[in-house]
Design a protein around this ligand. Structure first.
Ligand SMILES: NC(=O)c1ccc[n+]([C@@H]2O[C@H](COP(=O)([O-])OP(=O)(O)OC[C@H]3O[C@@H](n4cnc5c(N)ncnc54)[C@H](O)[C@@H]3O)[C@@H](O)[C@H]2O)c1
Length: 247
């Protein structure tokens, strides 16, 4: 069966780079009209240029006013959002809890957890009116097993997203809105490649599929969760990790 998302508007946060860019491109290839929202506007525009159409918007997802202004622009220009991919996030690296300042804790929670909360909150009522919608949040392997390379604040933000996802799945279900999360493992995007440079083999040897993940591996799963093929799935956390953790 061919996945056809024509007529659907898909909003991808953090689509200026990495996994978000692959998701935006993949959803567009399936026919969706794509909006890329990112704090990095040139990067978001580059993604849209690679697709050939769509809308790139600058928005700092940790800023509630920015998120509301973004919602107004999207609804004015696109009329609706059918598919919401809350991919944007910042990675913080592991060290002892005593070395994590309150300021850094707040920043990571604000972007990774409060950001998706704000974005879901500004779009959910419009989605309920449509009677069909897909929300996909980005958790992480770190929420499943504790941070390996990443910090306690990152792992806590990604674990929080699981509770957010399941609670929103209960609210959205009666309106035909599926809310799911993905938990990627070690995906070879720029920040991750930088962090594990020199010890990649240590990870690869622990991954049953014997390779790091690629952004496209995640985008393929997002396409499934954004499509009618997943209409009876809600509230799940789908691991995309080559088998390094089997929940
Ligand atoms: N790469 C991995 O191994 C991995 C593993 C598990 C989970 N994840 C999650 O997947 C998502 C994408 O990761 P990635 O590796 O592609 O990262 P990335 O750094 O390549 O891309 C993240 C994007 O988010 C944007 N962003 C950051 N802060 C923002 C803000 N305040 N407002 C708006 N946009 C903002 C960045 O500009 C960037 O374009 C993240 O949520 C990350 O936590 C990644």
């Amino acid at each position: 069966m061919k996945i056809d998302l024509s007529g659907k508007v898909a909003l991808v946060t953090g689509g200026a780079a990495g996994i978000g860019r692959a998701c935006a491109q993949t959803l567009a290839q399936a026919g969706a009209l794509v909006v890329v929202v990112d704090i990095n506007l040139p990067g978001a525009q580059e993604t849209i240029d690679s697709i050939g159409s769509g809308l790139a918007l600058r928005c700092d997802l940790s800023d509630p006013q920015d998120v509301e202004a973004m919602r107004d622009r999207v609804l004015t220009e696109m009329g609706k959002v059918d598919i919401l991919v809350n991919n944007a996030g910042i990675i913080s690296y592991r060290r002892g809890i005593g070395a994590v300042s309150l300021e850094e804790w707040n920043k990571v929670i604000d972007v990774n957890l409060r950001g998706p909360f704000l974005v879901c909150r500004v779009f959910i009522e419009e989605m309920k009116k449509l009677g069909w919608g897909k929300i996909i949040n980005f958790s992480s392997l770190a929420a499943r097993v504790g941070g390996i390379e990443v910090g306690i604040h990152y792992a806590a933000s990604k674990a929080g997203l699981i509770g957010l996802t399941r609670t929103l799945a209960k609210e959205g279900g009666p309106y035909g809105i599926n809310v799911n999360a993905v938990a990627p493992g070690i995906i070879a995007t720029e920040p991750v490649k930088r962090q594990i440079a020199g010890h990649e083999e240590q990870y690869i040897s622990q991954i049953p599929l014997r390779r790091l993940g690629e952004p496209q591996d995640v985008a393929n799963v997002i396409l499934f969760l954004a499509s009618p093929l997943s209409d009876y799935i809600t509230g799940i956390v789908l691991d995309i990790n080559g088998g390094i953790y089997m929940g």
